[in-house]
Design a protein around this ligand. Structure first.
Ligand SMILES: Cc1cc2nc3c(=O)[nH]c(=O)nc-3n(C[C@H](O)[C@H](O)[C@H](O)COP(=O)(O)O)c2cc1C
Length: 219
């Protein structure tokens, strides 16, 4: 993989990121796209099952149709690239064997691998469809976030999106029935003024120490 140059530290990217309201449609070099995708694929996942699947939408025709499936949000056509983040409900069935083989190659103890073959199958096949979607959403969102942050570190602007119609996206991208669309990530360069800063709650509103309702002591 050719390594694209970071222009911001992770801290700067986190502090300065906004959900981009409008993009200038400039092209995104393939080496940068590769690095953004690669960052997502390094994310942790339950049992390392990596159930995420990403459809990278770049062509004007596909973006036009995707926009129609996304409540006509203009960013879909303006962004350099739209990454449609999905989870595959059946992925683990085909992938478990390979994952355990990769694990063994990387030093996974044989006793763990032998046990995982059964215990992971039992665990995954116990899910209801709703539980599966919830599980997939957790896993896919982590990879999605790593892509978003890598794009920001490389100097791009990003916009996460959940405003789309599941069935229409399925139809547009010809997704298998086992796919669950989690979110879309627009990547490109900001056009015009950036979005206002919506602000964040003070830490005591959302973070507790030791148990619910107790203030966290940092000093
Ligand atoms: C999962 C997710 C889905 C979102 N979906 C949309 C969307 O469909 N359209 C949109 O304009 N903004 C969308 N947003 C952006 C949020 O409105 C934005 O993150 C929030 O207002 C905070 O602003 P900031 O990201 O600039 O800090 C989404 C954000 C997240 C995290």
């Amino acid at each position: 993989m050719t390594s694209a140059k970071a222009v911001k530290t992770l801290k700067e990217a986190i502090e300065t990121r906004r959900s981009t309201p409008s993009f200038d449609s400039s092209p995104l070099p393939p080496e940068d796209l590769e690095q953004i995708l690669h960052a997502g694929l390094q994310a942790p996942s339950g049992y390392n099952l990596q159930p995420w699947r990403f459809v990278v939408v770049q062509s004007p025709e596909h973006r036009k149709r995707l926009r129609a499936a996304s409540f006509n949000q203009a960013k879909i056509e303006e962004a350099s690239v739209v990454i449609v983040a999905c989870g595959d409900m059946d992925g683990w069935r085909q992938d478990l064997h390979t994952i355990l083989e990769m694990g063994r190659a990387g030093g996974m103890p044989e006793s763990y691998a032998a046990q995982a073959q059964t215990s992971v199958s039992n665990y995954m096949s116990s899910f209801t469809p709703d539980q599966m979607k919830l599980w997939l959403t957790k896993q896919v969102t982590l990879a999605f976030t790593q892509m978003l942050l890598m794009a920001e570190v490389l100097g791009y602007d990003t916009a996460p999106m959940e405003g789309f119609e599941q069935e229409k996206v399925h139809e547009t991208l010809r997704l298998p029935l086992s796919y669950w669309v989690v979110a879309m990530l627009c990547v490109g360069h900001l056009k015009g003024a950036d979005k206002f800063d919506g602000g964040r709650f003070a830490m005591q509103h959302t973070v507790f120490g030791e148990e619910y309702g107790k203030a966290l002591r940092l000093k």
